[in-house]
Design a protein around this ligand. Structure first.
Ligand code: ATP
Length: 731
């Protein structure tokens, strides 16, 4: 680690949200470019940096900043430059000169502590002076927090986020309870917070430690899809994890329950422990659906006749189960429509939409991901939005996501149809239901054999299992769809059968290969064979879907190879390397978590914020100097900089989990013999197979494929939604 001091001559780039900046520094007469997290850095400031000199391929030598501290400008000339740079609101060069003329070397002290004196300077008002003072204190508060938290090993971006959440009292609050670091927005691993707390002499049996440990275990399990944990699981796990005996844990848990830190439900003699937001979500979902089901039905007079007329005008004959689905949608306030690929769900949805609209009902279509919404729009030939877009994310609040549409501002629709419901987690469903008027009808469409949602809960399965809402399951594969081997393979998998042998003219193949040879085969298929034989574009049309991230046929190894093959470095092709990952213009990338800070522009000029888990795009431009990227994802052009870049993964190959809700022209799916056992199960392979529309190539070992199909273990997800729906005392 090297040390560098100097005064900031020029700011080339600065992102106020992340603190990422590129500055020109006068370091003892030599001009040096410094790049890194330097929140609020301003011209004229004296900074002390730690980091290393690196040589950038395009910009030559520069200093990569690891830690940043700054001294207030010392002499009046430096103070003047600092203020004149526009760093504080309402103060431009002319006013800056007047202020410095008035207060000289005391200028910054006055700004910080005596804004009322500042107000007397010509060009300033009391409110301008207050705003400038507040901004000054905020910037220095953030910096103080960054310096103090850096000593605890926290990166600057986390410190900035924490300061945004906790405000000026950040450091005091962390000293009182270092375990706050385990929660939003930092989510520090418990053992790291535990080490910090130990240094501050917190005891092992301290109540805040135990409560934080219990919350950490619950949060960790939320990450694995559970909305709650039975106490008989939570307590022994916590005893091992925290090294505290169970009676002490029970006592602390009870105190936490009394104080509202946790919530609990009891069913069949077991006690289920929740973080409050998840019980609130389940209660709301159960209450809303039950209330909806109990509302008097505004039945269509003669649904059979209406369906018959639709058949006549549309030149179609609905299958009996489709008729049942359409009639159920028209005659009940809420329903679930399920079925595998090619069973006529979309055809039934289109009929449902048409008949609702005949009654002058306003129908909204929604899906959990951008790709699923796009597909729904295409198939239903009308606008479908992501649930987030339908509800309109409200960006005005702090980090916690909020929506513009909620119980106070409900959506103006009479019916909402949600596709790919298996992917909707309990909190997103809660948000959707909050935004619906109580009488708004709901049609939930999904395929229960797909993987459950990434987020907590198993809403579709729980609602189906409850028996509270009518469910129609389409089972007949229509002739046109049955011609597709992909569709037949998917249905065989659901019934536990291996795919048929390869046909000469088909859309689904199995190719035998293993280990490194399988990696080689996948790369050859994507880069040469499939483009040559079928005309697929290797980046746009073909997607490699892997069960695992690791091993020769995991996403990590395949992405490294495919990036080199499909998008090697070239003259004029700019790239940047961030935390060991090289992002190059032309690379295919995926956003791997929801982030409401990323700016985008749509082709129609509409701007907005937000990138969502699973969004796929291509890097259109890289600005290595500013450390930023522009990514095109369908009709949106997203801008990434600083820490946000870490949420982008190279995506020539992605895991099957991450591919939920998306479809691709061609899918290459490695099922090598070394696929980890825990990833050999039916829902996973079924989800992967059903992502392919025109061509599916399974490459690997038949034994592994067979093992995956054979293992029908349904993943256990702890949740009480089914019970809450069935429980008559809950409303
Ligand atoms: N009643 C029907 N009579 C004849 N063909 C039908 C009927 N219903 C659907 N089909 C045809 O069957 C095929 C699959 O239907 P559809 O797209 O509605 O199914 P899906 O369940 O939505 O499939 P996927 O999930 O794969 O998109 C389509 O080609 C459609 O035209």
């Amino acid at each position: 680690m090297e040390h560098l001091s100097g005064s900031v001559e020029h700011i080339t780039f600065a992102n106020t949200d992340t603190g990422f900046a590129v500055v020109e520094l006068d370091a003892e007469g030599e001009l040096v470019t410094a790049v890194g997290t330097m929140p609020g850095v301003a011209e004229g400031e004296e900074v002390d940096l730690e980091g290393e000199f690196v040589t950038h391929p395009s910009f030559g030598p520069q200093f990569r900043v690891n830690s940043f501290t700054c001294r207030l400008p010392q002499d009046t000339a430096a103070v003047l430059r600092y203020l004149a740079s526009g760093v504080l609101p309402g103060i431009g060069p002319v006013t800056a000169r007047r202020i410095v003329d008035e207060f000289g070397a005391d200028t910054l002290f006055v700004i910080e502590n005596q804004p009322e004196l500042l107000a007397k300077v010509k060009g300033m008002t009391a409110s301008k002076a207050r705003a400038a003072s507040e901004e000054f204190r905020r910037v220095f508060g953030v910096r103080e927090a960054i310096t103090a938290l850096a000593r605890l090993g926290l990166p600057a971006a986390s410190a900035i986020a924490l300061y945004r959440a906790l405000g000026p009292a950040t450091l005091d609050l962390i000293h009182e309870n270092p375990y706050l670091l385990c929660g939003a927005p930092v989510y520090l691993p418990f053992d790291r917070a535990d080490d910090i707390a130990a240094e501050m002499n917190f005891e092992r049996e301290a109540r805040i430690r135990i409560q934080a440990g219990l919350a950490f275990i619950l949060r960790h399990n939320n990450g694995n899809g559970h909305t709650c944990l039975p106490a008989f699981k939570l307590l022994p796990t916590a005893a091992r994890f925290l090294g505290v005996d169970e009676p002490t844990l029970r006592e602390t848990l009870d105190a936490g329950l009394a104080e509202g830190e946790f919530d609990a439900l009891e069913y069949d003699g077991a006690e289920y422990i929740y973080l409050p937001e998840f019980l609130r979500a389940e209660m709301l979902v159960a209450g809303h659906l039950k209330a909806l089901m109990s509302l008097p039905l505004q039945k269509m007079k003669d649904p059979d006749k209406a369906i018959g007329l639709l058949e006549l005008t549309g030149g179609i004959r609905y299958a009996p189960l489709q008729r049942q689905a359409i009639a159920t949608a028209l005659t009940s306030n809420c329903m679930v429509l399920t079925g595998g690929p090619g069973t006529g769900k979309t055809t039934a949805i289109n009929a449902i939409i048409a008949l609702f609209e005949q009654q002058a009902d306003r129908v909204f279509l929604a899906a959990p991901t951008g790709r699923a919404a796009k597909r729904m729009s295409e198939l239903c030939r009308r606008e479908a939005k992501t649930i987030h877009r339908l509800l309109e994310v409200d960006y005005s609040g702090p980090d916690q996501i909020r929506f513009t549409h909620n119980e106070k501002n409900p959506l103006k629709c009479d019916v909402v149809i949600v596709d790919e419901m298996s992917m909707v987690d309990v909190q997103l469903f809660e948000s959707l239901l909050r935004a619906l008027r109580p009488q708004c009808k709901i049609v939930l469409v999904g395929d229960g054999d797909q993987l459950p949602s990434v987020g907590p809960g198993n809403v579709l399965r729980d609602v189906v299992d409850s028996g509270v809402v009518p469910v129609v399951r389409l089972t007949e594969i229509f002739r046109q769809a049955a011609e597709s081997q992909i569709v037949r393979t998917a249905h065989r998998i659901v019934s536990g059968e291996d795919p048929e042998p390869n046909a000469r003219e088909g859309d689904c193949f199995f190719l035998q290969a293993d280990g490194e040879a399988c990696q080689e085969l996948v790369c050859e298929l994507v880069s040469a064979r499939l483009p040559r034989t079928y005309g697929f574009d290797p980046v746009e049309d073909i997607q490699v879907l892997c069960p695992s991230k690791l091993g020769p046929t995991g996403t990590a190894a395949l992405n490294a190879r495919l990036q080199q093959l499909l998008n090697p470095p070239g003259p004029g092709k700019r790239q940047l390397t961030y935390f060991g990952v090289t992002y190059r213009e032309g690379d295919k990338v995926m956003q791997v978590r929801n982030n409401y800070d990323i700016l985008y522009e749509r082709e129609d000029g509409e701007g907005g914020v937000g990138a969502f888990n699973g969004d796929l795009g291509v890097i259109e431009a890289v600005d290595p100097r500013a450390g930023s990227l522009r990514v095109r994802a369908d009709d949106r052009l997203l801008t990434y900089s600083g820490e946000n870049i870490r949420e982008l993964e190279i995506a020539y190959a992605v895991t099957i989990h991450k591919s939920q809700g998306s479809e691709f022209g061609a899918v290459v799916l490695p099922v090598a013999a070394d696929t980890p056992k825990r990833l050999c199960y039916r829902n996973l392979i079924y989800t992967g197979v059903t992502r392919a529309k025109q061509l599916l190539v399974l490459a690997g070992s038949r034994g592994t494929l067979h093992a995956m199909i054979e293992n029908d273990r349904k993943m256990l997800r702890y949740s009480c939604l089914t019970r809450l729906l069935q429980d008559e005392s809950v409303c």
